[in-house]
Design a binder for this molecule. Structure first.
Ligand code: S3P
Length: 171
């Protein structure tokens, strides 16, 4: 892919947006931005601490600011947080002149991945797969609505997913 459109990775927590995004950026020699990293740098605190001390609403404000700043850049690869599309202005900014890739996985696989890693404050709300399924069902239409490409990562290794994405974008 040689045009200057941003490549935007969207999807639920545990979908692999950051790792696939970073790999894409390396291969395509493009700058990589992760909205959570920008939020944490801006606040000078981890995502967990922001949720704990400032609350989710304050996190969402910082997230929207980060998205509107990065979306103005051209030719970048952008990994978004799983809740970024809950805000219509974020969705509009991220779809402007972009290729949007939605990474999916089964609820069970997302649940397993989320429970294997730390630093996700909303993971505590999803003790069972049922809880995750409810949140995913609510968010999924927003992911699908803006996706140009959908890649199912269930039962695939990170390398397999990366190859599938590279192939799909014609690399
Ligand atoms: C969130 C997902 C997280 C992070 C924050 C909230 C969400 O990002 O933005 O914890 O609402 O789904 P990842 O999707 O990268 O885990």
């Amino acid at each position: 892919m040689s045009d200057a459109r941003n490549i935007v990775l969207i999807g639920f927590m545990g979908a692999g947006k950051t790792s696939v995004g970073q790999a894409l950026a390396n291969v395509l020699h493009r700058p990589f931005f992760d909205t959570d990293v920008i939020v944490a740098e801006t606040a000078g605190a981890t995502i967990d601490t922001i949720f704990e001390t400032l609350g989710e609403d304050a996190f969402r404000v910082l997230e929207s600011e980060a998205i509107s700043t990065i979306a103005a850049i051209r030719g970048a690869v952008i990994a978004t947080g799983g809740g970024a599309l809950n805000n219509a202005a974020n969705a509009a900014a991220l779809t402007r002149d972009s290729l949007v890739i939605y990474l999916t996985a089964s609820p069970q696989v997302l649940h397993d991945r989320i429970n294997r890693s730390a630093g996700r404050p909303l993971a505590g709300l999803m003790t069972g797969v049922d809880d995750l399924e409810s949140m995913l069902a609510e968010r999924e239409p927003r992911y699908r609505a803006i996706a140009n490409l959908i890649v199912d990562t269930t039962d695939k290794t990170p390398d397999e997913v990366k190859h599938e994405v590279f192939h799909a974008i014609g690399y």
